[in-house]
Design a protein. Structure first.
Length: 256
């Protein structure tokens, strides 16, 4: 009798927070599959124009790259298409992550999430551009000056593009620091006070990263260290703004 009186839960009335661990894992699996499909589609689309992208990337080379095996050209094209696919897929992956954690976030975060996903894309592209237009030519010229007059330089396509990827893609992810900090602040995992306390440790780690990937001269280190420090300070400032806004929200509701 009681079962007849109580309404059965429908998909519209089920609280996502009441899902079991298996249901959460199933939801995560669906999000990962959608992200993987988007990556494969983007990679296939990038592969159509990969030769044009390749010629643009090597436009300043004074010598032709060398292939050491018949399959090496395929590896080069695959890695170029892969980087393009990662750039295109990143906002889609961010959207899937947001949809997965959305039940744990306060209501009314849709607009903030849309803005954050757009910022993630812009920051990643900015990091790639910084690595490619600033860091990569600087390090490459330094290496060429070291070898000039002593060695006959001959670059293989695989080594050249591996070196390029190491100098560019990591900065795409490093430039995501402000967006990640905002996301973690909204979840309550970090706050501006904790970030301020970790400033010395963060600066030390960023210095290690900068010194590791740059030539051994002070100017090169500063060119990389200064933007990384600036990104951290921007992250702290944005986290302070988000944290203050979160504290003001309950007070505004209580006053109403």
């Amino acid at each position: 009798m009681l079962r007849k009186l109580l309404p059965l839960p429908t998909s519209s009335t089920v609280n996502p927070n009441d899902q079991s661990a298996i249901e959460h894992l199933e939801e995560m699996r669906k999000r990962l599959i959608r992200t993987l499909i988007a990556f494969l589609v983007a990679m296939a689309a990038a592969f159509i124009y990969v030769e044009e992208i390749y010629h643009w990337l090597v436009r300043g080379m004074q010598q032709q790259l060398v292939l050491l095996g018949p399959s090496e050209v395929m590896w080069v094209y695959m890695i170029i298409a892969g980087v393009v696919a990662v750039t295109v897929t990143l906002p889609i992956a961010a959207y899937q992550v947001w949809r997965f954690v959305q039940p744990a976030l306060p209501e009314g975060t849709d607009r903030s999430a849309t803005l954050l996903i757009s910022v993630i894309s812009v920051l990643f592209v900015a990091g790639i551009c910084f690595g490619y237009f600033v860091l990569f030519p600087m390090v490459l010229q330094f290496m060429q000056r070291m070898a000039e007059g002593e060695f006959q330089t001959m670059y293989t396509a695989q080594k050249y593009f591996t070196f390029m990827i190491h100098m560019t893609v990591p900065f795409g992810f490093l430039f995501e620091m402000p967006a990640i900090v905002v996301f973690l602040t909204k979840l309550g995992i970090v706050n501006p006070f904790r970030l301020a306390k970790l400033r010395k440790s963060a600066y030390f780690l960023l210095c290690i990263v900068a010194v590791t990937i740059t030539p051994p001269d002070v100017m090169s280190d500063l060119i990389v260290i200064v933007p990384l420090f600036l990104l951290y300070e921007i992250s702290v400032t944005i986290s302070r703004f988000v944290y203050r806004k979160q504290l003001q929200a309950p007070q505004a509701e209580s006053s109403v």
